[in-house]
Design a protein around this ligand. Structure first.
Ligand SMILES: Nc1ncnc2c1ncn2[C@@H]1O[C@H](COP(=O)(O)OP(=O)(O)OP(=O)(O)O)[C@@H](O)[C@H]1O
Length: 328
């Protein structure tokens, strides 16, 4: 679990540049087993946030707690190094050593931690197997594709058995097919190893594919944060329509708009028609898979006897994720 409590970061003024407040009053919790996406425009503080979570950057104010340990309270380099071993990190640019084989790259953090040769060999081999590179142990990074290199970097990040995985634009340099497979791997590893994963990205598509939670940063502040299903249902959230597009102005003045999901949107409609004697027309809408669940933003027209229509609309309002009702 990662907890940031009222974290602020100001880079002090230098001779060439005025002081920069990169983060202000940021409070955030990521539970075990969750993948939290952090999105925001360029310069909004995303990378600073990732660097603060493993204390590569020390916050100016606030505390950072990882797996119950307050990292901001650690002062000795040794204690900090030990704590950092519990936090794996992957970057856009892989940072692999080409002089070493894939296996030796994965072994590196274990070597630095003083793990014996036989054990580190076994663990590195097992991890490369797990990320789908069991046949590439002897390959050097330059002999691997971008997606394969990122898999090696993931295996290396996981070698010290961290509880937390930080991904900073980890798929930004990859083609769409490699991106999809690396993201699927991050999701699988988070689930299987019960990791707490924080994923920095500028691509909303990455959030849709792999995250179950999302946080939007703007000018160093948290503008919105929550489970994807909750965020899409908040009409005031700037992320809502980026996650689930708005169908546009309704073509019918009796249209109602609802956000349905967590369950299949189709099941919601089937259920409605079974319970009430109404005819439902889908006038427009979008359906997306968000964090593995299907959500729909639908414009519906519900026709029938007034009592039945009222019942059906109440049912939608009570059981689904209503946003706006343009008419009732
Ligand atoms: N070491 C530093 N010294 C001074 N200012 C910095 C430093 N690192 C980051 N900043 C400033 O802090 C702000 C946030 O930067 P950060 O890299 O965290 O943003 P970001 O959201 O990751 O941006 P991008 O998407 O472009 O990578 C920016 O204004 C940046 O110029």
């Amino acid at each position: 679990m990662i907890t940031l409590d009222t974290v602020g970061k100001t880079f002090p003024a230098t001779r060439r540049q005025a002081a920069v407040t990169a983060l202000e009053d940021v409070s955030l919790t990521v539970e075990r087993g969750q993948v939290m996406g952090v999105v925001g425009p360029s310069g909004s503080g995303k990378s600073t946030l990732a660097r603060i979570v493993n204390l590569l950057e020390r916050p100016t104010t606030g505390t950072v707690t990882v797996d119950g340990l307050d990292l901001t309270a650690l002062t000795s380099a040794r204690a900090l190094n030990d704590a950092r071993r519990g936090i794996g990190m992957i970057f856009q640019q892989f940072n692999l050593l080409d002089s070493r084989t894939a296996l030796a790259n994965v072994e590196l953090p274990l070597e630095l931690a003083g793990v014996g040769r036989a054990e580190r060999r076994a663990r590195a081999g097992e991890l490369l197997e797990r990320v789908g590179l069991g046949d590439k142990l002897g390959s050097h990074p330059s002999q691997l594709s971008g997606g394969q290199r990122q898999r090696v970097a993931i295996a290396r990040a996981l070698a010290p058995r961290p509880k937390v995985l930080l991904c900073d634009e980890a798929t930004s340099a990859l083609d769409p097919v490699s991106t999809a497979s690396v993201l699927a791997l991050v999701r699988t590893l988070t689930d299987e190893l019960d990791l707490t994963t924080l994923l920095i990205t500028h691509e909303m598509d990455v959030v849709k594919r792999v995250c179950d939670h999302v946080t939007l940063l703007e000018h160093g502040r948290v503008v919105d944060s929550g489970a994807l299903g909750d965020v899409v249902a908040r009409p005031e959230s700037p992320l809502a329509t980026r996650l689930l597009p708005h169908p546009g102005p309704p073509s019918d003045d009796r249209a109602v708009e609802v956000v349905v999901g967590g369950d299949s949107p189709d099941t919601v409609l089937t259920d409605l028609i079974r319970r009430y004697d109404v005819h439902v027309t889908v006038l427009g809408g979008a359906v997306e898979t968000l964090g593995g669940q299907r959500f729909g933003r639908l414009q519906l027209r519900v026709d029938g006897a007034p009592d039945e229509v009222r019942g059906a609309l109440d049912h939608l309002a009570a059981h689904q994720r209503p946003t706006t009702e343009t008419a009732a």
